[in-house]
Design a protein around this ligand. Sequence first.
Ligand code: S3P
Length: 435
Amino acid sequence: MTPRLVTRQSGPLSGSVRVPGDKSITHRSVIFGAMAAGTTVVHGYLPSEDCQATAEAFRMMGASITVDGATMTIISPGWNALTEPADVIDCGNSGTTARLLTGLLAGLPLFACLTGDASLRRRPMKRVAEPLAAMGAHIDGRGGGALLPLAISGRQLNAIDYRSPVASAQVKTALLLAGLTARGTTSVTEPAPSRDHTERMLPAFGVRLEVAGSRVAIAGGQAMTAPAGPITVPGDISSAAFLIAAATLVPGSEVTIQNVGLNPTRTGLLTILDRMGAAIERTNRREAGGEPVADLIVRHAPLKGIEIEPALVPSAIDEFPILFALATQAAGTTRVRGADELRVKESDRIAAMARELARVGATVREHPDGLEVTGRTPVKGAECQAYGDHRLAMSMAVLGLVAEGDMVVDPGPIATSFPGFAGLLAGVGAALADA
Ligand code: S3P
């Protein structure tokens, strides 16, 4: 029988925990480390399935990537000496792996095929394939290069100035990596700022970028060299989100989450929760690996529904499943619009959350570009669908901590981003069982 994760109404949560390393920053550490000549050392990387897919892809292209405890060591001859992979690269569930690799491989003199799991094979690749084609890339795939599997015949690219229709760090980074291999200076301008981990990290590898507002430019042909010191990956705010939500929901709780990355392009969840009335204290603010970091002390607080304006969407993009779950326990209506990107994540997170929240007794209204949740409604545990989506599974599991009866989810997808999720939740006193 497939394992199931069961959560139940819990007493006050307490304790001090560390969440695993940031997924976006780990991907970039591995990719940039494997593109840089020399030895890159990474502390606190995320050992999740998504990041392992990225590491495996670069091993197939000649980089040495080894792991010893919480430290990863990457040894590479540099991006212009990577070798042709002997087999299809499997990106698993990871959009970041697929899109960033497409950008890099388009400009390297080798042939490569990329594929992924059923969810990733449904996700749009045209957003990278189209601008790359304008740079001279040769990419074939299903639907004219719109869907994986993709076959990339790498070649010399030419720079473009690209105005992206979507705020997407994956698109931005894919084009910057292509731009690094191209002739001339490539620029990307976004409609709103997306996460800027690439811009923060590339200078440590000796790469010069020009950043002005929501435009980033990179000159082609720059060598990359391994940083002198190790890269330290902060804890992932997108994983901390589930503990923040758990402590906020369960009466009497107080949980400290240490070492959480608070990059301002990622903290939309905290802004939204502050407005909803949550009690989240930021302490011990510091910097690690070019990223702001703090410890969070989260206490239970009653929430009220709010209007989430579209400008806040990019900085909370991965947190909407858990926000929708929280909104069922807020007084009044929480509404988000302008969030159509949620339909092309690991699942259609608008449709999937609408269905699952309705299943457990919440009041929801679906919009083409968002969702409306009206609380506060008591929720009943149920056998939920995760749609193969890690954040769906964790959101419903956390909601189970205030449900009547057992909330049952498939824990399988959780390893994508948050190994040890159930153990961490149990460690702060959540009632759960594996069935
Ligand atoms: C990511 C960017 C975001 C985010 C994803 C990770 C990244 O995707 O949802 O989880 O590491 O660049 P988009 O670029 O599609 O917005």
